[in-house]
Design a protein around this ligand. Structure first.
Ligand code: ADP
Length: 306
């Protein structure tokens, strides 16, 4: 599968949690009201707390974190997510466990993931892409200032709240840079979105620039409807990434300034990739309408910004 991360624990689906999930330690309870989705090793449900506030609960079966490695990974995800508080990052509210599962209480993103929207809509308009990218970049600037690299930015990990604002989620592959200049060596990410230096420069390692690369892949995917290096098999995707081989299909008619920005971001050399501030000052952001908000109808139809 080209849409799944290359380094995630093997899939163990948790049993369905009880209808009323109790946090005995804090005396809180959450009523399960719906199913939201399933990821590599978790199921996510919609719940209501005792004040009827709606939340998302991520349920991880304890059997899937039996190994020390998986346990360490989950606690790292929780620790990093917990310290990030930003309007465009899914709010981490709480976590607790019972005999069966570990539970993470998260801000509910009513409009699902940006991947779900892409499937319905096929592609996004340039004004919408401008709107969402500004929010994604703001979240990314904040994460990087907090010394966190997300390392798995992709449409499936970008969620939309009730007001159609972006919330970055899933910190399962995120890394903390503890000393300035430290570089990471683990190969991780999701094939379509993975930066070339992660795959081909393991001696040197990688850093914050991998998130910038993924932003380029995200921008291309929003406007064209599929990721730039997409093919049937992962090996060929990696070959295309290595050769920096992608094109802008003429029938999709995306603006020259959008093409220029994407090409500058998808620079194979991480130190030549534009910093986030430089991306934000690119003329594409001023080259056409910038929506004041995105209407909920954008879930099904392209908004008209002419
Ligand atoms: P994993 O870390 O196992 O990949 P995810 O965090 O990606 O799990 O969640 C799996 C699915 O659950 C997502 O694709 C999405 O559909 C849904 N989901 C996750 N978090 C939320 C949230 N905060 N609000 C609404 N839906 C969510």
């Amino acid at each position: 599968m080209t849409g799944t991360p290359v380094k995630k624990p093997e899939k163990i689906v948790p049993p369905t949690p009880p209808l009323r999930i109790r946090d005995h330690g804090k005396g809180a309870s959450y009523d399960r009201v719906g199913f939201l989705g399933e990821g590599g090793f978790a199921r996510v449900y919609e719940v209501q707390d005792s004040r009827s506030a709606r939340k998302a609960i991520k349920v991880i079966n304890r059997a899937s974190i039996k190994t020390k490695k998986n346990k360490t990974k989950l606690w790292a995800e929780i620790k990093l997510h917990q310290m990030l508080v930003h309007p465009h990052i899914v709010r981490f509210e709480d976590c607790f466990e019972d005999n069966e599962n570990v539970y993470m209480i998260l801000e509910l993103c009513e409009n699902g993931s940006m991947m779900d929207l892409l499937r319905r809509r096929k592609r996004y308009t340039e004004p919408e892409a401008r709107y969402y990218l500004v929010q994604l970049i703001a979240a990314c600037q904040y994460m990087h200032r907090m010394n966190v690299i997300h390392r798995d930015l992709k449409l499936g990990n970008l969620f939309l709240d009730a007001d159609m604002n972006v919330k970055v989620g899933d910190f399962g592959l995120a890394a903390l840079i503890e000393n300035p200049g430290d570089r990471k060596k683990t190969i991780c990410g999701t094939p379509n979105y993975i930066a070339p230096e992660v795959l081909f420069d393991q001696d040197n390692g990688h850093s914050f620039e991998v998130d910038v690369w993924s932003i380029g892949v995200i921008m291309y995917t929003l406007l064209i409807g599929k990721p730039p290096f997409q093919t049937k098999d992962v090996k060929t995707i990696y070959k295309r990434i290595r050769e920096n081989r992608y094109e802008f299909p003429a029938d999709k008619q995306i603006s020259n300034s959008a093409q220029d920005l994407i090409s500058s971001i998808l620079n194979p050399k991480p130190d030549e990739r534009p910093p986030l501030e430089t991306i934000l000052s690119h003329r594409w952001f001023l080259d056409g309408p910038f929506p004041a908000y995105i209407p909920a109808s954008a879930n099904d139809f392209a908004p008209d910004y002419r």
